[in-house]
Design a binder for this molecule. Structure first.
Ligand SMILES: [Ca+2]
Ligand SMILES: [Ca+2]
Length: 244
């Protein structure tokens, strides 16, 4: 299936108490039935979804843990479980209903800030920018996720498998000009905390209020000049047109 889209479903919730886990299992199976390239990750209380010997008689819900065996029938073979989530709940891979790949999770973060003096350095008194959209691409799987910074300008992509990543800031969500790279490409080792992927933005230009991004003054003039070149020949052509 060369044109199949790649999806990774992440399960973080305990299996019962809500219908969330059951619904997400259904989504995974439906996606796989349509020949999507599907992988599934379990973390936090989501690891309980795979626990053997679940007894649900006391809560009156159907025990659907055996349904996870169907993942194999649907060729969903990439099933990941986060190592820390298992350990924190006293579980090992042997406690789970299906074979999984246990991975230590890494993180990528963590700051978008107002670089008031535009020197690319996080100085005392320079504040975070809330609501900035940060986009993370797993370059090995092409899975793309995004999040926005919190009220302190912090962002954190957690529970990541080792691999090659690209993290970039959506500049349309922040005013001002970048004072740092707008994109970082990195290899994240197993359980690595990569927290230097920070994005600085200088103050909005006060004269015009326009966001010129990375454009230098020379660059801005080139754009203006280029526009003039496009406009002038057009006018000449239409003048000739009226003569004929
Ligand atoms: Ca600074
Ligand atoms: Ca940082």
């Amino acid at each position: 299936m060369p044109d199949a889209k790649k999806f990774m479903y992440i399960n973080r919730k305990a299996p019962y108490g809500t219908i969330y886990a059951w619904e997400s299992l259904e989504v995974v199976l439906i996606g796989a039935a349509f020949e999507q390239d599907v992988s599934v990750a379990f973390m936090d209380d989501g690891v309980y979804q795979l626990k053997k010997n679940q007894d649900t008689t006391g809560i009156g819900m159907k025990n659907f843990s055996k349904t996870y065996g169907a993942l194999d029938d649907y060729d969903v073979e990439k099933i990941y479980v986060e190592k820390e989530s298992l350990a924190a709940r006293g579980l090992t891979a042997d406690d789970l209903v299906i074979p999984v790949e246990v991975l230590a999770a890494g993180t990528i973060g963590d700051f978008v800030w107002r670089d008031t003096d535009a020197d690319g350095v996080q100085d005392v008194g320079e504040k975070g920018i809330p609501g900035a959209k940060v986009v993370l691409t797993n370059l090995d799987t092409d899975v793309v996720v995004s999040m926005t910074t919190n009220e302190d300008g912090m962002y954190l992509f957690a529970a990541l498998v080792a691999g090659n990543y690209r993290v970039s800031v959506d500049r349309s969500t922040v005013s001002g000009a970048l004072t740092t790279p707008g994109t970082y490409t990195l290899f994240l080792a197993e359980s690595e905390q990569s927290l230097d992927n920070d994005f600085g933005f200088a103050e909005k230009l006060p004269e015009t209020g326009a966001n010129l991004g990375d454009l230098t003054l020379a660059g801005a003039l080139l754009v203006l000049f280029g526009l003039a070149l496009v406009v002038l020949p057009r006018r000449r052509r239409s003048a000739e047109g009226t003569l004929q």
